[in-house]
Write a protein of this length. Structure first.
Length: 61
Protein backbone atom coordinates (compact mmCIF):
# COMPACT_ATOMS: atom_id res chain seq x y z
CA UNK A 1 0.00 0.00 0.00
CA UNK A 2 1.37 3.40 -0.99
CA UNK A 3 1.82 6.20 1.50
CA UNK A 4 0.04 9.11 -0.18
CA UNK A 5 0.38 12.41 1.68
CA UNK A 6 -2.92 14.09 2.37
CA UNK A 7 -3.59 17.45 3.88
CA UNK A 8 -6.39 19.50 5.24
CA UNK A 9 -7.23 22.65 3.32
CA UNK A 10 -9.01 25.84 4.28
CA UNK A 11 -11.57 26.82 1.65
CA UNK A 12 -13.77 29.87 1.16
CA UNK A 13 -17.36 29.64 -0.10
CA UNK A 14 -17.90 31.62 -3.32
CA UNK A 15 -21.49 32.47 -2.34
CA UNK A 16 -21.18 33.85 1.19
CA UNK A 17 -17.45 33.97 2.00
CA UNK A 18 -17.64 31.47 4.88
CA UNK A 19 -14.33 29.65 5.50
CA UNK A 20 -14.22 25.93 6.32
CA UNK A 21 -11.45 23.41 6.91
CA UNK A 22 -11.87 20.17 4.94
CA UNK A 23 -9.90 17.02 4.20
CA UNK A 24 -8.25 17.19 0.78
CA UNK A 25 -9.47 13.68 -0.11
CA UNK A 26 -13.08 14.11 1.00
CA UNK A 27 -15.24 11.07 0.23
CA UNK A 28 -18.60 12.83 0.61
CA UNK A 29 -20.16 16.00 -0.77
CA UNK A 30 -19.43 18.95 1.52
CA UNK A 31 -21.79 21.91 1.75
CA UNK A 32 -21.27 25.36 3.25
CA UNK A 33 -22.31 25.56 6.90
CA UNK A 34 -23.91 28.96 6.35
CA UNK A 35 -25.64 29.04 2.94
CA UNK A 36 -25.66 25.26 2.25
CA UNK A 37 -24.15 25.65 -1.24
CA UNK A 38 -22.16 22.64 -2.49
CA UNK A 39 -18.46 23.39 -2.01
CA UNK A 40 -16.69 20.05 -2.59
CA UNK A 41 -17.58 16.81 -4.37
CA UNK A 42 -15.74 13.46 -4.11
CA UNK A 43 -13.72 12.49 -7.18
CA UNK A 44 -12.18 9.12 -6.29
CA UNK A 45 -8.98 10.73 -5.03
CA UNK A 46 -8.51 14.39 -4.26
CA UNK A 47 -11.85 16.13 -3.88
CA UNK A 48 -13.10 18.39 -6.67
CA UNK A 49 -13.66 21.99 -5.56
CA UNK A 50 -16.98 23.18 -6.98
CA UNK A 51 -18.19 26.29 -5.16
CA UNK A 52 -15.12 27.35 -3.24
CA UNK A 53 -11.53 28.44 -3.52
CA UNK A 54 -8.48 27.38 -1.51
CA UNK A 55 -7.37 29.89 1.11
CA UNK A 56 -4.59 27.84 2.73
CA UNK A 57 -3.10 24.33 2.68
CA UNK A 58 -2.58 23.07 6.22
CA UNK A 59 0.42 20.75 6.39
CA UNK A 60 0.16 17.57 8.45
CA UNK A 61 2.68 17.02 11.23
Amino acid sequence: MRNIPSNFIKVKCQNCGNESTIFQRASTTITCGVCEAIMVEPAGGKARLVGCSIVEVLESA
